[in-house]
Design a protein around this ligand. Structure first.
Ligand SMILES: [Zn+2]
Length: 235
């Protein structure tokens, strides 16, 4: 069996969360989908805050054998041979200062990997948003602002894509309006927010919440008024 044979990938991935690394074949435990977190609150960025821990610290998994990083190892990248060559190169290994990378370092390398794999703009935007949060937590405003700008750039690209699921499009408009507001571009934020279809109660509430923050020229990320606003039950 070739190293790049699709069968090489675990067929039971969904059952026991034990998967094989798509790069080196090492068996590892994937992110359990049913991981138990006690939800504390969700903020205006739609960042989930849990009672136990910062969810970002557990978001990415690194293969202990080859250092490949992904959020979900059941996902096998299309360009697997190219990816494996990169991950096994000296250049890739030089991205890590040591063999115990921080959450920030993991996300930085994950961004490089997904850029190389030409991931959809919505995923690249999401990685930049998460890096923005990490730098905000570290009080590093210039880098947080850089990644916020990049998140805007890639969500704009994602919004222009045709064939998006309507629920995804709604999410993109909300997040874009929020990112513009967070960067102090209130006029642009308001303009983008108008794209939100407010027929459904959930989006109407999100619209009113965001509009109030924009009108108050508030750049912060307070909690959403209700946890249920996060979940698109009728998508
Ligand atoms: Zn591996």
């Amino acid at each position: 069996m070739s190293k790049y044979d699709p069968i090489f990938y675990s067929e039971n991935a969904g059952e026991d969360e034990s998967v094989l690394c798509p790069v080196c074949g090492r068996q590892l435990i994937n992110n359990p989908a049913d991981q138990l977190w006690e939800l504390d609150f969700i903020d205006a960025d739609l960042r989930v805050h849990t009672v136990q821990d910062d969810i970002l610290d557990d978001w990415l998994i690194m293969c202990p054998a080859c250092f490949y990083i992904d959020h979900d190892f059941r996902h096998v990248p299309e360009k697997r041979a190219e990816l494996a060559a990169f991950v096994q190169s000296e250049k890739y290994l030089s991205l890590f200062p040591d063999n115990n990378p921080s959450t920030r370092e993991l996300f930085s390398v994950y961004l490089i990997l997904q850029t190389m794999l030409q991931a959809p703009p919505i995923l690249i935007a999401d990685i930049h948003q998460r890096l923005c949060w990490i730098f905000e937590d570290d009080n590093d405003k210039p880098r947080a602002s850089f990644h916020r700008g990049k998140a805007i750039e890639f969500y704009e690209k994602a919004a222009q894509r045709s064939g998006n699921d309507p629920a995804v499009t709604q999410l993109i408009w909300y997040l874009l309006a929020n990112l513009y507001r967070r960067s102090g571009a209130f006029k642009k934020a308001k303009q983008i927010l108008l794209n939100l279809n407010t027929e459904k109660e959930r989006y109407h509430k999100l619209y009113l919440f965001q509009k109030q923050l924009i009108d108050a020229k508030d750049c912060s990320a307070p909690p959403l008024p209700g946890k249920e606003l996060f979940y698109d039950n009728d998508a």
